[in-house]
Design a protein around this ligand. Structure first.
Ligand SMILES: [Fe+2]
Length: 123
C-alpha cells in the first residue's frame, strides 16, 4: 500500500495542527498508524534531516534514528510506516521511552490523547 501523507505526517515528525483541532488531527494520525507497517509513505515536504535532529534531541538513546538517517535519499524521500514508527517521537507517544521523557518534563500522560498533546507541545 502507498499513502501520500501530505502535511499530516512527514519523516521523523508529524505536521503542524494549523486548525487547532487536535482531536481531529489525532484521529487522522491514528488512522495512519493503523495501516500495515509496510505501507510506503510519501510526505508533502522533505524535512528529513531537520526532523531527525529533533527526534534525536527528544530521544537520544534511539539508535534506529542513525540507521534511518543513512538511508536518506533526497532524490526519493519516502519511508515505510514501520520504520517511521521507530524514529518519529511524535507518533511514538505510547512507547515507554517517550512516556518516561514526558513524565520527566511534568507533562500529562494519563491517556493516549494526553500523551499526543504532550509530545506535540514540545515543538
Ligand atoms: Fe505543505
Amino acid at each position: 500500500m502507498t499513502l501520500l501523507t501530505g502535511d499530516t505526517l512527514f519523516n521523523g515528525k508529524v505536521g503542524r495542527c494549523f486548525t487547532g483541532d487536535f482531536e481531529g488531527f489525532f484521529r487522522s494520525i491514528k488512522r495512519i498508524l493503523a495501516l500495515p507497517p509496510d505501507t510506503m509513505l510519501y510526505a508533502g515536504h522533505d524535512y528529513v534531516l531537520e526532523y531527525l535532529d529533533q527526534a534525536e534531541e527528544l530521544e537520544p538513546a534511539n539508535t534506529f534514528i542513525k540507521e534511518y538517517r543513512t538511508r536518506y535519499n533526497p532524490d526519493l524521500v519516502r519511508a515505510v510506516l514501520g520504520d517511521e514508527m521507530k524514529v518519529d517521537p511524535f507518533i511514538r507517544f505510547n512507547e515507554p521511552e517517550i512516556v518516561n521523557m514526558l513524565t520527566g518534563r511534568g507533562l500529562p500522560v494519563d491517556t493516549e490523547f494526553h500523551r499526543f498533546r504532550s509530545i506535540m507541545s514540545l515543538v
